[in-house]
Design a protein around this ligand. Structure first.
Ligand code: ZN
Ligand code: MN
Length: 483
């Protein structure tokens, strides 16, 4: 691949989280029985008229502001004409040369490097129905059914400049875009449900800036599919060029099963969509004060939050990354830290056991979680016991204090008892004791582990550590030497 410049641009469609469709009052609930959420307007029956949903405009403005776009106070709706079974009117109401927003910017990390990508435009349009192909995909399917529940769901279409230079960068961009839109609360962005969809275009230039034809890839339903499809396509184009061939301008689809891109259609010139102004909708004229009002309700966005966590709490980039990527975790972290607890201690628990259990389902309130952490940090229970308590809190919603009392959890801090356990552990491992005495300090961890195991995790770890060090310092007393 050396010597070639890759350029990637993305086109993302996001379903906005309104309660009803963009031009009618039909519900937009996902997973409803096919064709149960339709009316004359979204089915495009003759004589029906669209009425613009104010909430859809508000969500699109929120998305545009979160992406640092300039909002056009004047924009227009047009008809984009084409024939496809999922498009009931045989045209889509969209925006063309006068879009809602332009000239945005998204910053994101690719590894440790801060990148930025221009957002060319963001416009409002209506969703088409959903074609359901028999078999697994359009490739080789025998027939297709259409569900019009989706027709008329409000969409924001977001187009980037074609300036990304690797499949990994395109993925990092899309992950951050999704996070920003989730933070802004404009969409659930579930790629698996199709509420966030991405098409990519890619060119491979033998020399920087040399003009080549664009290939578009559709059907990228996951971050992994996006990255793999682009990597496959970049290699394919390089192979064509190396053979002295020419890359054809075409639209390809990602075949998930075969893990390769497949030609769908050749681009014989741009399709003629015969755009013309939508006669049934007036131009969209916005009040600047309303836009400022929406701007003032935007929350702190992921990159700002990440910087704040690092500065205010001294958290590692790993911890901040985990927290920021899961807003629910960030919320629990902040609420727990707000009551004066040590941020690093809280972050360890949130990104560790809490995150793991939350992934399996359920939540635990910050209040209960905070109580648990206090019991651990004060030494009332051990960390190992704390893990068990947290599991029960997730599984059964128990209060940590009641559960600990009920189970009779206590920490063993009895020096005599622990001394006995330690003696047993050390006499059980004479060779290791000898190695420790000869300078292998790291074996201490092993001995601590054995004592914790022998006490079912109930021993006070700091005390165990201290007693072990003391005991080993007088190692000769314990070592059963044959003298
Ligand atoms: Zn409808
Ligand atoms: Mn579109």
């Amino acid at each position: 691949m050396t010597g070639y410049e890759i350029r990637i641009g993305l086109e993302i469609h996001v379903e906005l989280a309104t309660n009803t469709k963009i031009f009618c009052g039909c519900a937009v609930e996902f997973g409803a029985p096919p064709n149960s959420q339709c009316c004359p307007v979204c089915l495009g029956l003759p004589g029906s008229l669209p009425v613009l949903n104010r909430a859809a405009v508000e969500y699109a403005i929120r998305a545009a502001l979160a992406l640092n776009c300039t909002i056009n106070l004047y924009s227009e709706f047009v008809r984009k004409n084409y024939f496809y079974p999922d498009l009931p009117k045989a045209f889509q109401i969209t925006q063309d040369d006068k879009p809602l927003a332009v000239n945005g910017l998204l910053r994101y990390y690719l590894g440790d490097e801060l990148m930025e990508t221009q957002i060319t435009r963001l416009h409002l349009e209506e969703e088409a129905g959903k074609s359901i192909h028999s078999g697994e995909s359009i490739i080789g399917s025998e027939y297709t059914s259409v569900d019009y529940n989706r027709a008329g769901i409000p969409l924001a279409e977001i187009v980037t400049a074609p300036t990304m230079n690797s499949p990994a960068q395109a993925r990092a961009f899309l992950e951050q875009l999704r996070l920003v839109l989730q933070y802004a609360g404009v969409s659930d962005c579930k790629m698996e449900n199709g509420s966030l969809r991405c098409d990519a275009n890619i060119t491979v230039h033998p020399e920087p800036g040399m003009r080549v034809e664009k290939v578009e890839i559709k059907n990228l339903n996951s971050f992994r599919a996006l990255e793999r499809a682009l990597a496959y396509e970049a290699e394919r184009q390089v192979r064509v060029l190396e053979r002295g061939g020419t890359v054809m301008p075409e639209t390809r689809t990602w075949d998930e099963r075969a893990q390769k891109t497949v030609r769908m259609r050749v681009k014989a010139g741009a399709p003629d969509y015969r755009y013309f102004p939508e006669p049934d909708l007036p131009p969209l004229e916005l009040d600047a004060a309303w836009i400022e009002e929406i701007r003032s309700t935007l929350p702190e966005l992921p990159l700002e939050k990440e910087a704040r966590y690092q500065e205010a709490y001294g958290l590692s980039t790993y911890d901040t990354g985990v927290l920021v990527r899961a807003p629910q975790l960030a919320q629990v972290f902040e609420a727990t830290v707000a009551q004066g607890r040590d941020p690093k201690f809280v972050a360890n628990w949130v990104t560790g056991d809490y995150a793991h259990l939350a992934r399996l389902g359920g939540t635990v309130s910050a209040e209960h979680f905070g109580q648990l952490l206090d019991m651990i940090s004060s030494g009332a229970i051990s960390a190992a016991q704390g893990k068990t308590v947290l599991q029960e809190m997730f599984a059964r919603g128990v209060s940590p204090r009641e559960f600990v009392a009920e189970m009779g959890f206590t920490v063993i801090a009895d020096r005599d008892f622990l001394g006995k356990v330690i003696r047993e552990v050390l006499t059980g491992h004479p060779e290791l004791v000898e190695r420790y005495c000869n300078g292998e300090d790291r074996l201490l961890g092993f001995f601590v582990g054995q004592v914790m195991k022998a006490t079912n995790g109930r021993a006070e770890p700091r005390l165990v550590n201290k007693l072990l060090v003391e005991a080993l310092a007088e190692g000769r007393n314990w070592q059963p030497r044959a003298e």
